[in-house]
Design a protein around this ligand. Structure first.
Ligand code: HEC
Ligand code: HEC
Ligand code: HEC
Ligand code: HEC
Length: 343
């Protein structure tokens, strides 16, 4: 009996600690928000405007510019994939990726990299670039700003070069947050519309789901639908490779006709969100932010690290918040899987 009594007291005490930690975090956040000095209305695309009110988030966000990390397979430096794997030039014959393809790096480089790639094929100021303006969609908070200004259809149905003077701020605050109150929010219509076609209302998503859905605005498979080049996610039948393949077959869509074999080919872009759903972490509700934006403490203030990068650069704050294994074991868990996939 005493053992049971003692046990319950311990449980009650621990629960109390958890609640008080939660309240403290709420109070901390409330004080940050109540002390905002800059009043922001509408879609504010200029990231610097957020700096004075949210210095820690802003500072860590700027660190996505860094090019100093390398793991066995990935890093934050752009690597020329075509030089590494020249066979891809043949596989992509007749497709813009055969001209130029580099590995991704941090969000701060998004505008710079899309402007420099040979795929977009023309300087940003020329109005006759061969790609549609839809290519800008994943690069900048100027995108929702311009969509509001000129309309979504007009945004997509344009030349890539036509919007070059407007789209200047790299991926930032207004891509993931509603600037007025800093709630996480979906700024891109394609994700909202894909959910609607699946009969789901994205505004009903839980806070934990939102910690992945903000990333799913861009880190997904997509295609440009019809003559209006309307950005569309092929998810009507589900998230698996087979589901998307069936969708494309029904729509009669292919990305390109191969120059040598004349075969219509589909090339998945970057289905990071879809693939994450299939893994054990996705199935247990672990979010993108849990691994890519861990909490960080500074001067007694806990905040989300906005230096989005490889979780292997900070295993102590990512994997080890949930797993007790050593850094080496956890790193090897990742490498074992990557080696197999690469092979
Ligand atoms: C790629 C998406 C993304 C971008 C870009 C982004 N944030 Fe966040 N932000 C998040 C996520 C995810 C959280 C965690 C929210 C949660 O758990 O409720 C967050 C949390 C916050 C919070 C709440 C306090 C905290 O640290 O957890 C503030 C304030 C904030 N961000 C400010 C900013 C500012 C300022 C910028 C631009 C410099 C920015 N964010 C850019 C995704 C983003
Ligand atoms: C508005 C579109 C957009 C959103 C939203 C977005 N990303 Fe990205 N992300 C990109 C683009 C574009 C790149 C490649 C930039 C480059 O190479 O210039 C990228 C690159 C990355 C990289 C590679 C960084 C490196 O160091 O190699 C990671 C990791 C990443 N994103 C994770 C996330 C996570 C996690 C979220 C959500 C919290 C997110 N992204 C939200 C568009 C986006
Ligand atoms: C359980 C932890 C975990 C979760 C959850 C997770 N990731 Fe990752 N992510 C990783 C690891 C580990 C790597 C490989 C890093 C390396 O090789 O250096 C990675 C790599 C990436 C990369 C490639 C970076 C590059 O340099 O090429 C992107 C982009 C990315 N993740 C986006 C996402 C998105 C979007 C989500 C949510 C849908 C997500 N991740 C969820 C652990 C995670
Ligand atoms: C927010 C918590 C969380 C984080 C962060 C996290 N994991 Fe996990 N991990 C889990 C959960 C939950 C499971 C599923 C365990 C179960 O249900 O049995 C899991 C399972 C695993 C497994 C077993 C996989 C399998 O196929 O059974 C490995 C390996 C693993 N995680 C490695 C990592 C690595 C490496 C990182 C960092 C890049 C990481 N985890 C980050 C929560 C997390």
């Amino acid at each position: 009996g005493w053992l049971l009594f003692g046990g319950s007291m311990v449980v009650v005490f621990v629960l109390g600690l958890c609640v008080s930690a939660l309240m403290e975090r709420r109070a901390e956040l409330a004080s940050v928000f109540n002390n905002r000095k800059t009043v922001i209305e509408g879609i504010e695309a200029r990231n610097e405007v957020f700096k004075s009110d949210f210095p820690r988030e802003y500072q860590t966000w700027t660190e996505t510019a860094k090019t100093d990390f390398q793991s066995e397979f990935n890093g934050n430096v752009a690597v020329d994939v075509l030089e590494q794997r020249p066979e891809m030039v043949v596989l992509w014959a007749g497709y813009a990726f055969s001209k130029d393809y580099s590995t991704p790096r941090g969000h701060m480089h998004a505008i710079e990299d899309i402007t420099a790639t040979l795929r977009t094929g023309a300087p940003a100021t020329a109005t006759d670039g061969p790609q549609p303006s839809t290519c800008w969609t994943c690069k900048s908070p100027d995108v929702p700003r311009m969509m509001e200004a000129i309309g979504v259809d007009a945004f997509y149905n344009n030349k890539w070069g036509a919007l070059g003077d407007e789209i200047v701020n790299p991926i930032g605050c207004a891509d993931c947050h509603e600037p007025e109150n800093m709630n996480l929010h979906i700024s891109r219509p394609a994700l909202i519309e894909a959910f609607e076609r699946q009969g789901k209302d994205i505004t009903k998503a839980t806070p934990q789901e939102m910690r992945s859905l903000v990333c799913a605005q861009c880190h997904v498979e997509y295609y440009f639908k019809g003559d209006g080049k309307y950005l569309t996610f092929p998810w009507d039948k589900g998230f698996t490779v087979e589901d998307m393949d069936a969708y494309y077959d029904e729509a009669g869509f292919y990305d390109y006709i191969h120059k040598l074999s004349r075969t219509p080919i589909l090339k998945a872009q970057h289905p990071d969100f879809e693939i994450a759903q299939m893994g054990i972490h996705g199935q247990r509700g672990v979010s993108c932010a849990d691994c890519h934006m861990p909490y960080k403490s500074e001067g007694g203030v806990k905040f989300s690290d906005h230096h989005i990068q490889s979780p292997l650069a900070m295993i102590d704050r990512t994997c080890q918040t949930c797993h007790r294994e050593s850094e080496e074991t956890l790193r090897n868990n990742v490498y074992e899987r990557q080696r197999k996939a690469n092979e």
